[in-house]
Design a protein around this ligand. Structure first.
Ligand SMILES: *Cc1c(COP(=O)(O)O)cnc(C)c1O
Length: 822
């Protein structure tokens, strides 16, 4: 790239190039001019201009991978929560400033254009966002990393509140055209479903399995470019959409049922229609299994096609291909690769099995029983008859191995069988993924230890060498550099910019931890970010918040285990205290929530309604005034998250110990200088280790204490009877105080659940939480000490870069080349 840089660091030539591209695209791609162009047209014109720059690098990168025949890493995931691309592409291309100036010189505000972009919300929460962060890191590390997933017509629903209740609206994100994808019709293929399997003997007397009389669907790939950070690498995210085959049912057609024949065609277009909106729980619907198989079959076919361009047999396949399974959602890939190698490519079973195990790695994301996938055998047999046969054979071989290792241990065989035979028969997808992989990992140290001790204990005893930990991370490009430009600039001015690709470099900030002048700048930036978030809060909720109050934030999917309810109970407890003694010393707080509930999750939706009603009551109580405000921002998503983390003072990470596998929101907060109040759960444990116990607020029962309490018999009612704070809070809810003119018993399901079940131990942890929150308030009063802690959090958070995570995956599991373009 020509470098004619001015003293301000601005590349004038690039500015002109962007202006020229913008005007050309507005004219020739959109047929618009300055008079007729909408804001969205202008966004598209800039997006197309940036896309051109990506395409140059994309083609070069892919040519290099091909010429060097590098090892490819394939990340198979049913979810990619990408968010917006324009800002990220500008940052990674290193042309943010130039684009801003170019738009300004054309009379446009780039901030306005950037707000026009819809989020690509092809995921639910942490798992999907992790996949997106990993793509950024693989590209930045110069690895040949590919994402494979589904191009849902409808991503995660848009959330609205109507009278405090969640209402879901379809996310028609493709409606206005998505500028970042390229359709690749030439790579479309047929994916088969149903049918039956016939056995034949070939010339050598071997049994050959023929899967026939199938119902077929077309899979069409759409490619999205994934730029690395300032390294000219552009990788590929390939998303599949399903379409009907061109054939009509000629039987229907000839019988004159033209409409029925077309109708049939329409039905098969539904597979990639919509993302299942469940986080940490399974829907168990056949359409979901079809989605899984569609994208797995298409992706593996594509992977084999690419490999076969260079190789005539499969002996080097594991040297050139690594496939990571993001949870069990793509676990059917184990059976599909066996089918391809044995049935289609003619390998013998044993050789195919060795290759399969060497190629796959499996990442587990949860211990929650309701999130463990199992498919009814009857459903699998009907939809994927050949795969069911293959799974039976894998199971028979595996159980024979278990018998050899543990002779006579029938109970172990029952526990380890890929088929759950305790009632209706199911295929246990986590077992299939485990048996078919050479590596099984959890996503935080504690999580991996629990996996080895509990869920996978039998498997860990059999092959301990396969188990390893890969603590999650986040990309610092999106979650600091792009989303918090002011803090990024301050950091870079003081320690240089290497932190963007080596986050451990943030350690350099430690020497400013007590620097008064630096403190002032740090505080000013946090305040400016809070002012901006306050504007969003006012626009979205109508609530005016006090920007000098502590912004106390819990944003994540709504789930009982994440305990938004515990947070709500504590808010009511503070409210009770204020009502009893309005002149008490009170450290002002703004409680900010953001969370979508799965549409079918009754209790989660009830908790949203409760928090919204608490907000109404507290925000309009004159006794409270400016001391407390509660806001629930609707439609929590990546683009909103990017505005929340930089403005947060306190990060709520309060899941019941042993339930949150890792969390990544916790990392985003700390990276932006928020202090954490949290339990010793997931990656909180490692965050505490890194930042130091004096710079984090840890409370609550630990994993072993949770276990012991449950074992001894947990009686939440006892806490209600013996703790007056808890009693007052629950009595107030039960009295109908927050029902706001609706049924006074509106929140009875919540009250009853707390008193008689409380599966996530809100009451057991309540007082510990309240006491810890009191310490948080006291700490906030000491601005110097708080700022020091904030700086030290950022300085010591380097471990949680997804670059570090990917380097570990690559070193221990994938063993692919990095920095390929260098
Ligand atoms: C990071 C992120 C999550 C995950 O948050 P957790 O607190 O780890 O559950 C979910 N949704 C969005 C939009 C995110 O950016």
């Amino acid at each position: 790239m020509p470098k004619k840089t001015t003293s301000t660091g601005l590349n004038r030539e690039l500015v002109e190039q962007i202006k020229e591209g913008f005007l050309r695209h507005r004219h020739y791609s959109l047929a618009k001019d300055e008079y007729t162009a909408t804001d969205y047209d202008n966004f598209l014109s800039l997006a197309y201009t940036v896309r051109d720059m990506l395409f140059d690098r994309w083609i070069k990168t892919q040519q290099t991978y091909y010429n060097k025949d590098v090892k490819r890493v394939y990340y198979l995931s049913l979810e990619f929560l990408m968010g917006r691309t324009l800002g990220n592409a500008l940052v990674n291309l290193g042309i943010e400033k130039e684009a801003e100036v170019a738009m300004k010189e054309l009379g446009l505000d780039i901030a306005v254009l950037r707000e026009e972009e819809k989020d690509a919300g092809l995921g639910n929460g942490g798992l999907g966002r992790l996949a997106a962060c990993f793509l950024d890191s693989m590209a930045t590390l110069g690895m040949a990393g590919y994402g494979y997933g589904i191009r849902y017509d409808y991503g995660i629903f848009n959330q609205k509140f109507v009278n405090g209740y969640q209402v879901e609206e379809p996310d028609d994100w493709l409606k206005l055209g998505y500028p970042w994808e390229v359709e690749r019709c030439e790579f479309q293929l047929r994916v088969r479903f149903y049918g039956n399997v016939r056995v034949e003997r070939d010339a050598n007397g071997y049994e050959r399995y023929i899967w026939e009389k199938t119902q077929d669907v077309l899979a069409i790939p759409f490619d999205v470019p994934i730029p690395g950070y300032k390294n000219d690498v552009v990788n590929t995210l390939r998303l599949w959409t399903s379409r009907a085959t061109n054939e009509f049912d000629f039987h229907d057609f000839n019988a004159g049922n033209y409409i029925d024949a077309v109708e049939e065609k329409n039905l098969s277009e539904n597979i990639s229609k919509v993302l299942y909106p469940n986080d940490n729980s399974v829907a168990g619907k056949i359409l979901r299994l079809k989605q899984q198989y569609l994208f797995v079959a298409a992706s593996l076919w594509d992977i084999l096609r690419r490999y076969k361009k260079h190789h005539k047999d499969f002996k080097d396949f594991p040297k050139k291909v690594a496939i990571q399974l993001n949870d069990t959602h793509p676990a059917i890939a184990v059976a599909e690769l066996m089918r391809l190698l044995v049935d289609e490519e003619g390998l013998v079973w044993e050789e195919a099995w060795k290759i399969t195990q060497q190629v796959f790695g499996y990442t587990n994301h949860t211990l929650m029983p309701e999130a463990l996938e199992k498919w009814p055998v009857a459903m699998m047999e009907e939809l994927l008859p050949r795969h069911m046969q293959i799974i039976y054979k894998i199971n028979a071989d595996f159980l024979a191995e278990v018998s050899r290792r543990f002779p006579g241990d029938v109970d172990r065989l029952r526990r380890m069988s890929l088929i759950d035979e305790s009632g209706e028969r199911y295929v246990r997808m986590a077992w299939l993924a485990t048996v078919g992989s050479h590596s099984i990992n959890g996503v935080a140290a504690l999580h991996t230890e629990l996996l080895k001790k509990e869920l996978f204990h039998d498997f860990y005893e059999m092959f301990p060498e396969r188990f390893n930990n890969k603590t999650n991370g986040i990309t610092p490009r999106r979650w600091l550099l792009k989303s918090n430009p002011k803090l990024s600039t301050l950091i870079t001015e003081n320690i240089g910019d290497e932190w963007t690709i080596d986050l451990f470099k943030l350690r350099g900030l430690e020497k400013f931890a007590e620097d008064k002048a630096f403190h002032k700048k740090w505080q000013d930036i946090k305040r400016e970010n809070k002012v901006k978030l306050a504007e969003i809060i006012a626009r979205e909720t109508g609530v005016q918040v006090n920007v000098d109050s502590m912004f106390d934030v819990q944003v994540k999917r709504l789930h009982e285990y994440k305990r938004q309810l515990l947070n709500a109970l504590h808010i009511i407890h503070l409210y009770n205290q204020l009502k009893e003694n309005p002149s008490m010393n009170f450290v002002p707080r703004t409680f900010i929530f953001g969370a979508k509930a799965a549409p079918g999750y009754f209790m989660a939706k009830m908790i949203i309604k409760l928090i919204n009603n608490i907000a109404k009551v507290i925000n309009s109580d004159p006794v409270v005034g400016d001391k407390m405000k509660v806001v629930f921002l609707p439609n929590y998503r990546v683009s909103l998250a990017e505005k929340i983390f930089p403005a947060s003072d306190l990060s709520e990470q309060i899941s019941t110990a042993g339930t949150e596998a890792s969390g990544t929101g916790n990392m985003k907060f700390a990276l932006n200088g928020a202090l954490t109040i949290g339990t010793l759960d997931g990656a909180n444990v490692e965050i505490a280790e890194e930042v130091g116990m004096e710079n984090i607020f840890i409370f609550g029962l630990k994993v072993d204490e949770v276990e012991a309490l449950k074992k001894q018999g947990y009686h939440p009612y006892h806490y209600y009877e013996t703790n007056p704070n808890i009693r007052k809070v629950i009595d107030l809810i039960a009295s109908g105080y927050f029902s706001q003119g609706e049924d006074p018993n509106l929140f009875k399901p919540i009250v009853d659940n707390l008193l008689y079940s409380d599966p996530y131990l809100c009451l057991a942890d309540f007082q510990l939480y309240a006491d810890c929150q009191k310490k948080v308030s006291e700490a906030y009063l000491d601005t110097f000490a708080w700022t020091k802690k904030s700086i030290l959090n950022v300085a010591r958070i380097g471990k949680f870069s997804s670059d570090r995570t990917i380097i570990e995956y690559n070193k221990d599991i994938w063993k692919a080349e990095d920095h390929i373009l260098k």
